[in-house]
Design a protein around this ligand. Structure first.
Ligand SMILES: Nc1nc(=O)c2c([nH]1)NC[C@@H]1CN(c3ccc(C(=O)N[C@@H](CCC(=O)O)C(=O)O)cc3)CN21
Ligand SMILES: CC(C)C(=O)C(=O)O
Ligand SMILES: [Mg+2]
Length: 275
């Protein structure tokens, strides 16, 4: 008999890099997808502030609040017993300083049951990461294109190209030095991400950062084709869920319209049949 699958912990994520095993990560925002991705053996689930876009319909991630993200994080943490579950700290919930970062992280740990938090920024966020880590809360960093600063960065701009590679490396080293157990690299040239991955002892998890990162993450609605809008270049569609759901909804509508749903088996008789 095989041993029951245990929850993946920060230690196993670090081990994966040492042993050259790639880390698979996806976003999740609800109990149903969390259960499915857990069953599929995904290592890490991120309750991303991208919920602002793919759950609440906003154009940027800036508007989502801690009060909005905590219940989604609770749903995911509860439904995924084997994945390492990480929650994003929303914009405005940690930048004021280490004390704010810790207070928000403690809220996520107490109220949602996630096992780690993620926050954006390298050198500029070093003190915040250190404070949270020192309280015993595992932290994932996030550098390169950081969506919460998209207005400052001037849109969805590739980071770390040419001379900017040096700053990206400094950000990566700052995140590692501060005690983060992993770092997301978003929208950076593959060659630069490869250099950063080699320079760090903690795993890099790429999104638009090439194949040489220690792991990959995608927003699930992009990866599985629920989102059929314009997708970033780094997305591969592994399924077409939008079509599956639209066809199912059309069939349901037709069955209701022509009276074929519900049939007798889907209805209650007045008196239960005797066996
Ligand atoms: N659905 C979704 N997927 C994501 O990957 C994602 C979010 N939402 N929300 C938070 C951030 C924002 N991210 C984004 C959003 C858009 C582009 C994008 O459109 N990129 C274009 C080029 C830039 C442009 O023209 O705006 C590309 O083709 O890669 C990239 C990353 C990544 N994250
Ligand atoms: C795309 C990932 C890394 C993210 O931060 C999010 O989904 O919010
Ligand atoms: Mg995010």
């Amino acid at each position: 008999m095989s041993e029951p699958r245990k929850r993946i912990r920060v230690r196993q994520i670090a081990q994966a890099k040492a042993e050259g095993r790639r880390i698979s990560a996806l976003t999740s925002y609800d109990c149903m997808t969390a259960r499915i991705f857990d069953e599929a053996g995904i290592d890490l689930l991120l309750v991303g502030d991208s919920a602002a876009n793919v759950v609440f319909g906003a154009n940027t991630t800036l508007s989502i609040t801690v009060d909005e993200l905590v219940p989604l994080a609770r749903a995911v943490a509860q439904a995924a017993p084997h994945c390492l579950v990480v929650a994003d700290l929303p914009f405005g919930s940690y930048e004021a300083g280490p004390d704010q970062a810790l207070a928000t992280s403690i809220r996520f740990m107490k109220e949602s049951g996630v096992q780690a938090v993620k926050l954006e920024g390298g050198v500029r966020s070093e003190a915040m990461i250190r404070k949270v880590v020192d309280a015993g809360i595992p932290v994932v960093g996030h550098i390169g294109f950081t969506p919460q600063s998209e207005h400052g960065l001037g849109g969805h701009v590739i980071q770390g190209r040419g001379a900017a590679a040096k700053q990206l490396m400094e950000d990566a080293l700052a995140v590692e030095r501060a005690g983060a157990f992993a770092v997301v690299l978003e929208m950076v040239p593959a060659s630069v991400a490869a250099e950063v991955t080699k320079a760090l002892t903690i795993p890099t998890i790429g999104i638009g950062a090439g194949a040489e990162c220690d792991g990959q993450i995608l927003v699930w609605q992009d990866a599985f084709g629920l989102n059929n809008g314009r997708l970033p270049k780094f997305v591969r569609q592994f399924a077409q869920v939008h079509e599956v759901l639209r066809n199912a909804a059309s069939e349901y509508r037709e069955a209701v319209a022509d009276g074929s749903f519900p049939n007798t088996a889907e209805s209650y008789p007045d008196i239960a049949p005797t066996v």
